[in-house]
Design a protein around this ligand. Structure first.
Ligand code: PEP
Ligand code: MN
Length: 352
């Protein structure tokens, strides 16, 4: 592999002990393009009661790791207080997590706290929801106070019932950010996209095919015992196996571009199918309910209303109405077929 200015960030989801950090650092620092050791010190957890990080004591371990291994250390910050502590303990690089990027007050507070140390690089993860403006807004806030090195991290977007990943990779949003912010590097965090280490290899390669400027990968000496994100962390061995299998392409050719677009289309197709499956399951549930409430499968008035509403949306979305009508009609026919099956299978069909 060969690529200039590639940023490889790896390390555990959370700093759990000096020994844990030491075991990971001595391995990952040997990887080509290694940039910094990541470790969460304050963990923004979705639900209360989960492990929320060891705080200041973990910063002490990290300072020692930095000296022992002569590497950069990288920590997530969510407030001015976190920034002050990171500066105090000599943290080299900061990142803003997905839940914080979505909060303009918090991002502004972090930016203001960094005004006097503009040389500390700050990487901004995308917000949890697919909101490009919010992501750009957070980057702008940091750039406006004079932070010299700002980067972005694509870690996927939360979607209801999205499969097969924990967070949907929306490469099209990453490409749009690339257009808007050509001056900053954009890297990918496949660990938080996948939520499951089994998908990491394919996601890393896709990210590289999409010309990512780097990767952030969670590595833990014993992933199964990790205090956070255990299913997605890799052992150092697995990390090297995947990393050394990745194919970096040197030249920027037309076919690479085509590959990028194909990946976007493939992902969109996957999403469409996953939504269709979701829709059909709901249609079946609805069929069961109709049967219970003694309502006929087809209610023409309701169908007309659905079609009218969708037709109106076509214009807004720039979609050809005839095309949408055809698709909706096929979807509706399939829903009716499934619902009719429910009515049939449970009835006595032994007519003589
Ligand atoms: C993390 O990097 O461990 C983390 C909490 O990520 P995110 O903000 O992407 O959820
Ligand atoms: Mn994590």
């Amino acid at each position: 592999m060969s690529k200039d200015n590639f940023y490889l960030i790896s390390g555990p989801c959370s700093a759990e002990s000096f020994e844990q950090l030491d075991a990971v650092a001595q391995e990952v620092k040997q990887a080509k393009y290694f940039y910094a050791l990541r470790a969460g010190v304050w963990k923004p957890r979705t639900s209360p009661g989960c492990f929320e990080g060891y705080g200041e004591v973990a910063l002490r371990w990290l300072t020692k790791i930095k000296e022992t291994h002569n590497i950069k250390i990288m920590v997530e910050v969510a407030s001015a207080e976190h920034v002050a502590l990171c500066i105090k303990y000599g943290v080299d690089v900061l990142w803003i997590g997905a839940r914080t990027t979505g909060s303009p007050f918090a991002v502004q507070e972090i930016a203001d706290a960094l005004k006097d140390t503009p040389d500390i690089p700050v990487w901004v993860k995308n917000p949890v929801s697919p909101d490009l403006a919010l992501w750009i807004g957070a980057i702008d806030r940091l750039q406006q106070v004079g932070i010299e090195k700002v980067g972005a991290i694509h870690r996927g977007f939360r979607q209801y019932n999205f499969t097969p990943y924990r967070n949907a990779p929306m490469w099209e949003i990453m490409l749009e950010l690339k257009q808007e912010k050509q001056e900053i590097p954009i890297i990918c965090d496949p660990s938080h996209i996948s939520g499951d280490r089994r998908h990491l290899k394919e996601l890393c390669q896709t990210a590289i095919n999409m010309e990512t400027d780097g990767l952030m990968i969670e590595v833990h000496p014993c992933p199964d015992e990790a205090l956070s994100d255990s299913a997605q962390q890799l052992t150092p061995d697995a990390f090297f196996k995947i990393y050394s299998s990745l194919i970096f392409r040197d030249s920027y050719t037309v076919s690479d571009k085509i590959e990028q677009y194909r990946t976007v289309l493939d992902d969109l197709d996957k999403e469409l199918l996953s939504m269709l499956s979701h829709r059909m399951k709901r249609a079946v549930e609805m069929g069961e309910l109709k049967k219970k409430e003694n309502i006929s499968v087809l209610q023409f008035e309701r169908w007309k209303k659905v079609m009218d509403t969708c037709s109106k949306q076509c214009e807004e979305l720039g979609l050809n109405k005839e095309f949408v009508d055809k698709i909706l009609s096929v979807i509706h026919t399939e829903s009716i077929r499934l619902q009719n099956k429910i009515f049939e299978t449970n009835e006595d069909c032994n007519f003589k």
